[in-house]
Design a protein around this ligand. Structure first.
Ligand SMILES: [Zn+2]
Length: 312
């Protein structure tokens, strides 16, 4: 049993000049993992791109068509922040397919846990709208895939990106089977994620937001994070997914939440402890944000080293 990872050079083909969500982010991560000898400790998972019908697990047909058509005429912009280049639709299908395969291999017991090193990121994409650098919601699609193909009923998604994962929250807002927890800077992009947003209808109390002010210290952050994990423990998930955005690092240009690279190792360990107690160590993380390349790569190293500790 091992820790797996998803990566493919196709993820570098979604690109537009000068944008902060750039292929260089992933290139920097891969060369650092190689340099540090970490890649050789991980199992690379091969995968095929998702099919359009997989996207429909979460997204509307209209939205899927909008992205495909905008990309084919690309480069163009879906909103002020979110670009598509001619290859973006193909890249996004690959990213979704990679995420699905990673969670599949964990659910089948082939690997213990793993990380999807992919882009474009996903957590801002709602059921019917791409936004915030995100085309399709990779992690929400993986959650639905687990429920549909692996009969795992209860999924917890923990989102430590500095931005609130409005897309993921919205998709599961009325769904008691998926617990969404987010720690994020507030007020900040995209503006959602207030304390009173706790889910709706049957999904009431399976959304948990920790909106944190600019002055929030590392110790306060960790206190809130622990509180959240206690609640997730009671939810007793069958699988834990992490929206791993490393822009919550104190030195990130798009946010900063007072966390340092070592903290991502600590948070990972805390999550893996809950997974050990509740779901046979099943944890998969998905790369979201992180825009200071040096801190991003260092944080990913701490995160992966912590995942590696949980191989039996
Ligand atoms: Zn972010």
């Amino acid at each position: 049993m091992s820790t797996g990872y998803i990566y493919d050079p196709i993820f570098l083909q979604h690109t537009v000049a000068g944008h902060v969500e750039s292929p260089e982010r992933l290139q920097a991560i891969m060369s650092r993992l190689e340099q540090d000898g970490i890649l050789s400790n991980l199992k690379q998972i091969s995968f095929i791109p998702a099919k359009e019908e997989n996207l429909r697990l979460v997204h509307t047909q209209e939205m899927i068509q909008r992205v495909r058509s905008a990309a084919s005429k690309g480069p163009s912009w879906l909103d002020m922040d979110t670009y598509v280049s001619p290859d973006s639709y193909r890249v996004a299908l690959a990213a979704v397919g990679g995420g699905m395969e990673l969670v599949s291999q964990i659910a089948s017991g082939v690997i213990t846990n793993g990380i999807a090193l992919l882009r474009p990121p996903g957590h801002h994409a709602t059921a019917n709208r791409s936004m915030g650098f995100c085309l399709f919601n990779n992690i929400a699609l993986a959650a639905r895939y687990l429920q549909k193909h692996h009969q795992l009923e209860k999924i917890a998604i923990i989102d430590w990106d500095v931005h609130h994962g409005n897309g993921t929250q919205e998709i599961f807002y009325q769904d008691p089977s998926v617990f969404y927890m987010s720690t994020h800077l507030y007020p900040h992009y995209p503006g959602t994620g207030g304390k009173l947003e706790i889910g709706e209808g049957k999904g009431c109390s399976t959304t948990l937001n920790f909106p944190l002010g600019h002055g929030c210290t590392r110790d306060q952050y960790i206190k809130y994070f622990d509180q959240g994990l206690e609640i997730i423990k009671k939810f007793h998930p069958d699988f834990i997914l992490i929206s791993a955005g490393f822009d919550s690092h104190a030195d990130d240009p798009l946010g900063g939440l007072g966390l340092y690279e070592e903290d991502f190792g600590l948070l990972t360990t805390k999550i893996c402890e809950v997974a050990k107690e509740t779901c046979q160590d099943r944890v998969a993380s998905f790369l979201e944000g992180g825009y200071n390349l040096e801190k991003l790569t260092a944080s990913v190293v701490h995160h992966i080293n912590a995942l590696l500790e949980y191989r039996p």
